[in-house]
Structures are given as structure tokens and as C-alpha cells.
Design a protein. Structure first.
Length: 456
């Protein structure tokens, strides 16, 4: 008789939890996964996937306009928001089915409900207890909002993906990934979009050239960015919301969305009771093997607030399964993690920003700004930005950044080069694919003069 019901119980069937469970299952471990909402978690059900479908939908508006310069005369296009949401929902249902199948095929047992730790080996779900040798917490995160009067009237990205109708006007508060992406979606679909940011620019932490380039392109597209602004309170009268800004301004709109960050989902898990340490933000503190302060309890993904990206949670989930059941203790390498912002135009980035690189070493900066070929005929006033940051001593490429069409697709490939430690000379020795935007990454020869580099 085994000592426990399972070898591992995973709490949370999102990207990290499902990955760890199914890899562990394939190693022959007896695994159960507990989930109180839809299998697939934030990325599949409330994040990356539905958001990207909305980004794709919104791009058509621009494509129809741009096609005129290529000889097309598109008729009056009509957009049906409920049809888009219904299509998106069908796809999420399909994906949820795929996730159930993946778990089934790995012999992972699914338990519906909210899991709570009773002791280091026992999880209670809906009044029943289940025991396991190891527990994996992968409960993700949830949107957070400042406590201001009227905050109960606002929506978050969760609701934005399921709106019954497209608002005519929307105010989005925040300047991170989510705010910038949704600003692009609603603007392209025809809404009047105001973005309220407390800082002087969007996308804190990104390279300044990227931040400036994206801000300019968003502004050209009609998104109104209110920098260094804060909302004091929100009132609702009928279908209209009034925002009182701390700069004494008033703003009226049809919908207010907050995208002011996310917090780890650790409340109610019973972590305190079993001695699992959390930090000031409520994130589970883990070591390089994702092991918590309790020996047999592990945590992966956003609940640990390390690098909050789906592919990172997947890597962490795989590593935990390898460590516990595959006989290969595995740590995740957090160097050179590429990421993208699906703004319009999108951002792709890997490696260090210029500022971060300069804090480490002397650098050379290569920068190119050009009109994408498509817009020579479309007439659209849009510039692509590409930037390479090179270690002056070693010639190693430390960072690559792009704002422009297909940036995420292009930078994924560039990320392999950085992972391999590529030098600028190796970039230069690579033959370009012509005519593409991507070839610019291997044809930038002129470094910026030192005094200009930092000012870009
Ligand atoms: P971010 O942490 O990226 O951005 C939060 C934004 O809200 C910042 O602009 C911040 O301003 C602002 N903010 C924070 N608190 C307040 C406040 N009290 N009042 C006004 N503004 C405030 O969070 P997101 O919600 O955009 O995204 C959450 C996470 O989800 C990200 O960290 C990312 O990892 C992930 N994600 C990734 C995506 C991708 O890979 N494409 C897409 C979407 C999400 P300031 O800059 O001044 O601090």
C-alpha cells in the first residue's frame, strides 16, 4: 500500500501546473491536479490566447485601409464584436478539451474545486482530503487595483475579453503589457482610447528606445496617452463614468479598465498553517529548484513572482517534474528570456536594455529606423525600430529590441543566437533574407556615436 494517495498533487491547472503534472505522469508518477476554474489557467482562458485572437481581429481594420495603396477598393467593412467573442469562446472550449485530453493521456487525475493545504502532505478540496508525497502550488496571479473611491465600477482584462459590446470610449489605467495591448485592440476596433499612466512613459523596464518608439506609434494611431496622471476617484451615472484625475482634470467615458499589475494567488491556500514562506507581495519564496521553505512543497509560475511569463512557467513545471520524478535535478536558466508585447505595432525583445547593459560594461549601440516596405505603398506613417546592444570588449550581443510588424516572430529566432552567445561579427557574417525587415538585424554596420547612443 503506498503511503499517500498520490505522488504529487498540483494545485492549479494553468500552464505551469498542467505541464508539471503531465510530465510527472509520463514518468509514471501518480498525479492529481486540483482546479477551481477552467483547465488551462490564465494564459489559455483569460490571457495570452484570447488576447492574441482579439489582436488578430483588430488588425484587419488596418489591413483593409492599407490594401487601398495596393489597388484594392474594399467595401464598407462591418465588424461584429459578439461574433468575434463567440468565435474566441469556441476556440477556448476546444483548447480546454485538449488540456483535459493531455492530462487524461498522462493518467493525471483531475479534481474539481478549491485546494487548501491542511498539512504538508494533505490537500483538502470541498471537504475531502487527499494526500501526496509532494505538493506543487501553481495557482497563478490575479489583477490588482489601487483602492480608490469608485474602483468597484472598473473592469480588468478578465472582463475585457467577454464584453457584451464594444465600447465607443474607454479609459485604460496602467502602462504595462496588458494596458498597452488592450489599448491597441480597442483603438483599432474603432473605440476612442485614453491611456492613463502614472509614469512619464509606457512599459517601464523596457529599453527606452522601444518605449519612445511605441509611444509615438500609438499616439499616431490616435491613442491618447496621459502621462504622469493619476486617477483620484471614479463615479458612475447611468452608462457614463466620470474620472476625477488628481491633476484636477475630469474625464468622461463609457468604460474604465484597470491594468495596474497582478498579484500572486496565495490567499486561502493554507500556506501559513503549514509553514510555507511567502514574501511581502504574497509570492511563494522558492529556491532554484522551485522548492519552498517546506521540503516537499514546490511552486512554479506567477505564484512565485519570478518572471511572470507562460513559457517560463512551462520551463519551471518541466524542471520540477524532471527533478522529482525524472531523476535529473533541473534548474531553469533565466538568462536571455525573450518576450513580446502584442501592441500595435508589436514589440519583440531579448537580452539587456541599453541602460542595464551600460551598468555592466562598455557598449556599442546599433540602431535602425525605417519605413516598413508595406507602407511605401499603403502610405501609412509608421516606422520600425531595431536596436542591437553589443559588449565593446567581447563583441557579444547583449540585447536586441524591435518595434514593428512581426517583431515577436523575428525576435524569437534572434533569441536563439543570444542564447548561443553570438557576437556582432557573427550577426554580420549571417546572410540576410531579402527583402525582409528581419535582415536589418544582420546588416546594421554603423554604430551610433557615443554621445548619440544614450540620447536615443
Ligand atoms: P505590469 O506590471 O506590466 O504593469 C503595471 C502597470 O500599472 C505599470 O504601468 C504601472 O506603472 C501601473 N501601475 C501599478 N500600480 C498602479 C497604481 N496604483 N496606479 C496607477 N498605475 C499603476 O502589469 P500588467 O497588469 O500589464 O501585466 C501583468 C503581468 O502579466 C506582466 O508582468 C507580464 O509578465 C504578464 N503579461 C505578459 C504579456 C506578454 O508577454 N505579452 C501580456 C500580458 C501580461 P509604473 O510603470 O509606474 O510602475
Amino acid at each position: 500500500m503506498p503511503k499517500y494517495d498520490f505522488d504529487m498533487i498540483t494545485i492549479g491547472a494553468g500552464s505551469g501546473g498542467v505541464r508539471a503534472s503531465r510530465v510527472a505522469g509520463r514518468f509514471g508518477a501518480r498525479v492529481a491536479v486540483v482546479e477551481n476554474s477552467r483547465t488551462g489557467g490564465t494564459c489559455v482562458m483569460r490571457g495570452c490566447v484570447p488576447k492574441k485572437l482579439l489582436v488578430m481581429a483588430s488588425h484587419f481594420a488596418e489591413d483593409f485601409e492599407d490594401s487601398r495603396g495596393f489597388g484594392w477598393a474594399p467595401g464598407a467593412a462591418a465588424f461584429d464584436w459578439p461574433a468575434l467573442i463567440a468565435g474566441k469562446d469556441r476556440e477556448l472550449d476546444r483548447l480546454e478539451g485538449v488540456y483535459h485530453r493531455i492530462l487524461r493521456e498522462a493518467d493525471v487525475h483531475e479534481i474539481e474545486g478549491t485546494g487548501r493545504l491542511v498539512d504538508p502532505h494533505t490537500v483538502e478540496v470541498a471537504g475531502r482530503t487527499h494526500t501526496a508525497g509532494h505538493i506543487l502550488v501553481s495557482t497563478g496571479g490575479w489583477p490588482t487595483m489601487p483602492k480608490i473611491p469608485g474602483i468597484e465600477h472598473v473592469i480588468t482584462s478578465n472582463e475585457a475579453l467577454d464584453l457584451p459590446e464594444l465600447p465607443k470610449r474607454i479609459v485604460i489605467v496602467g502602462g504595462g503589457y496588458i494596458a498597452v495591448e488592450f489599448a491597441g485592440i480597442f483603438n483599432a476596433l474603432g473605440a476612442e482610447v485614453h491611456l492613463i499612466i502614472r509614469a512619464d512613459n509606457i512599459l517601464r523596464g523596457f529599453d527606452d528606445a522601444v518605449r519612445n518608439a511605441l509611444r509615438d506609434e500609438m499616439t499616431k494611431r490616435g491613442i491618447r496617452i496621459h502621462a504622469e496622471s493619476r486617477v483620484g476617484s471614479i463615479e458612475k451615472a447611468g452608462d457614463t463614468y466620470s474620472l476625477h484625475l488628481q491633476q484636477a482634470e475630469m474625464m468622461e467615458t463609457d468604460l474604465v479598465m484597470y491594468a495596474t499589475g497582478r498579484a500572486p494567488n496565495t490567499r486561502g491556500l493554507g500556506l501559513d498553517d503549514v509553514g510555507v514562506e511567502v514574501n511581502a507581495k504574497g509570492a511563494i519564496v522558492v529556491d532554484e529548484y522551485s522548492r519552498s521553505s517546506v521540503d516537499n512543497i514546490f511552486a512554479v509560475g506567477d505564484v512565485t513572482d519570478r518572471v511572470n511569463l507562460t513559457p517560463v512557467a512551462l520551463a519551471e513545471g518541466t524542471a520540477v517534474a524532471n527533478t522529482l520524478f525524472g531523476g535529473t535535478p533541473t534548474v531553469v536558466d533565466y538568462e536571455n528570456i525573450p518576450s513580446a508585447v502584442f501592441s500595435q505595432p508589436p514589440v519583440g525583445t531579448v537580452g539587456l536594455t541599453e541602460d542595464a547593459a551600460r551598468r555592466r560594461t562598455d557598449v556599442d549601440i546599433y540602431l535602425s529606423r525605417f519605413r516598413p516596405m508595406k507602407h511605401t505603398l499603403s502610405g501609412r506613417d509608421e516606422l520600425t525600430l531595431m536596436k542591437i546592444i553589443v559588449d565593446r570588449k567581447t563583441d557579444r550581443v547583449l540585447g536586441c529590441h524591435m518595434v514593428g510588424p512581426d517583431a515577436p516572430e523575428i525576435v524569437q529566432g534572434i533569441a536563439i543566437a543570444l542564447k548561443c552567445g553570438a557576437t556582432k561579427a557573427q550577426f554580420d557574417a549571417t546572410i540576410g533574407i531579402h527583402p525582409t525587415a528581419a535582415e536589418e538585424f544582420v546588416t546594421m554596420r554603423e554604430k551610433l556615436p557615443d554621445h548619440e547612443a544614450h540620447a536615443v
